[in-house]
Write a protein that binds this ligand. Structure first.
Ligand code: GDP
Length: 141
């Protein structure tokens, strides 16, 4: 089993798609080990996306991610990181394969429904950003 992190982004939570997205992930074999609902502060969003701080869309991305509640979800599955990236679809929903979460729920390259960790190493860092070790252990089967 491998762990990864998704964030159901503010656009999805506002549109009432959080439940459908979690159901989609469960159908894909992911187990939810922990979930929270929170509104990121500016400092939290800036820190989470620090790797993008030189990109032209950084400020806009931080504004979007702080615009309302989002839901970090800790997931487990065999090959979880790679499988989540496949199920999530391309960053730009116009380029996302049919049936992917972004093709179904994203509205723009920024408001693109969910986050997914891009490596096992980053998954551990990102899970630790939102969840304690105790919370992650408590949610395991
Ligand atoms: P991801 O791994 O597919 O989420 O994509 P990235 O790590 O490259 O980008 C992080 C997030 O920044 C994306 O999920 C989008 O919300 C946002 N983003 C990426 N590219 C753009 C862009 O060109 N314009 C804007 N406004 N937002 C972007």
């Amino acid at each position: 089993m491998e762990a990864t992190l998704t964030i159901i982004k503010p656009d999805s939570v506002a549109a009432g798609n959080a439940g459908n997205i979690i159901a989609h992930l469960e159908r894909e074999g992911f187990k939810v080990t922990a979930v929270k609902k929170l509104t990121l502060s500016q400092a939290q969003a800036r820190a989470f996306y620090e790797v993008h701080k030189e990109r032209p869309f950084y400020d806009s991305l931080v504004e979007f991610m702080t615009s309302g509640p989002s839901m970090p979800v800790a997931l487990e599955r065999d090959n979880a990181v790679k499988h989540l990236r496949a199920v999530m679809g391309a960053t730009n929903p116009a380029e996302a394969d049919q049936g992917t979460i972004r093709s179904l729920y994203a509205t723009s390259i920024e408001a693109n429904a969910i986050h997914g960790s891009d490596s096992a190493e980053n998954a551990q860092i990102e899970l630790g950003f939102f969840f304690s070790r105790a919370e992650l252990l408590a949610g395991r089967g």
